[in-house]
Design a protein around this ligand. Structure first.
Ligand code: HEM
Ligand code: HEM
Length: 170
């Protein structure tokens, strides 16, 4: 059994949008592009919030995942921890990012939170957390990608095909 078509679409849409979020965030922070990157980051960020919410709701309503009967117990537990970590990382990103953006002089948000809060010590802490998350995301992504690659290259069972589109009837 594979992931549902909706879960596959959400997975790859999330990966694509996340890549642009990382690039636009870094472009702003390290001045790669003069203007526009933080506006783009906030606009795409709000689309990402909707996308992530839809993905999480789909996941909760249809919690069907491949059974991985041919994996060791260690692999199953490790994958669960990494998947859970990736979901938490994405949730933490949107939460801290939204508050960070509310503290900007000219936020481009539909409903910014209170600016005094966003600029308070707690808000500054959340901004720091937004910055730190890239290292956590990098670590989790490396494990996730390495796991997928290991199975693809060295083992007969190929969980990567659980997450690739197919036009075959199951
Ligand atoms: C998965 C989602 C997100 C990712 C991967 C992401 C990534 C980043 C990165 C890499 C930076 C540059 C800072 C650094 O070096 O770490 C950044 C900055 C920033 N992000 Fe995000 N972000 C995400 C979501 C959001 C959202 C939803 C918002 C608000 C709508 C947001 C608002 C901001 C703001 C305002 C900054 C600049 C903060 C400052 O320097 O004052 N981010 N983000
Ligand atoms: C090119 C990079 C990527 C590849 C090749 C890839 C591949 C996969 C594969 C094959 C699975 C299914 C694993 C299984 O059957 O147990 C999966 C699941 C998952 N991936 Fe990725 N992935 C990539 C990037 C990402 C990124 C960037 C994120 C999020 C930040 C992510 C988040 C997840 C999550 C949360 C699941 C678990 C889905 C669930 O059970 O609800 N992936 N990925």
């Amino acid at each position: 059994m594979r992931y549902s078509r909706a879960q596959i679409v959400y997975h790859w849409l999330t990966v694509a949008v996340l890549a642009f979020m990382v690039l636009s965030g870094l472009a702003y922070n390290y001045d790669w592009i003069d203007t526009g990157s933080i506006r783009f980051h906030q606009l795409l960020g709000q689309i990402f919030i909707v996308l992530l919410a839809a993905r999480l709701i789909t996941r909760l309503i249809y919690p069907v995942t491949p059974d991985h009967a041919d994996h060791t117990a260690f692999e199953v537990i490790a994958a669960r921890i990494v998947h859970g970590g990736l979901y938490l990382c994405m949730i933490a990103y949107v939460f801290t990012g939204y508050i960070a953006a509310s503290g900007l002089r000219d936020p481009m948000l539909l409903a910014p939170v209170n600016q005094a809060f966003a600029r308070s010590d707690a808000g500054e802490w959340l901004l720091e957390a937004h910055f730190t998350l890239k290292w956590i995301l990098l670590a989790l992504f490396t494990l996730h990608f390495a796991g997928a690659l290991k199975h693809l290259l060295w083992q007969q069972n190929k969980p990567i095909s659980n997450m690739t589109p197919t036009f075959r009837k199951e």
